[in-house]
Unconditional design. Structure first.
Length: 100
């Protein structure tokens, strides 16, 4: 579902510019909001594929101060598997209750 929702954004983009930061920032006028290198981006995409292929049941995302808001928005577009658990706390007792 998420691929269908986002595919229109990339329909006319040359694949060779996917990881070209300068093209993305200047050509599309977007701010990536991160400083990933091409190697890091590939590692993150590989990790995402591993999570999908290994059928993880849960992904725990810990974010403070609203840092999980973007992830919540993206996850809301997709399927329910794996289940994302968003935690806005690093208090050990809270985390322990979630893990149990």
């Amino acid at each position: 579902m998420i691929n269908d929702a986002l595919s229109g954004f990339w329909a006319d983009v040359d694949e060779s510019v996917y990881f070209d930061r300068d093209h993305t920032l200047e050509g599309l006028g977007w701010s990536l909001g991160c400083d990933w290198t091409e190697t890091e981006a590939i590692q993150y995409f590989d990790l995402a594929e591993k999570i999908r292929s290994e059928k993880f049941q849960y992904v725990l995302l810990i974010g403070l101060g609203g840092s999980s808001a973007g992830a919540k928005a993206i996850v809301s577009l997709g399927e329910d598997s794996p289940k994302f658990i968003f935690v806005d706390s690093i208090i050990p007792l809270t985390l322990q209750k979630i893990v149990e």
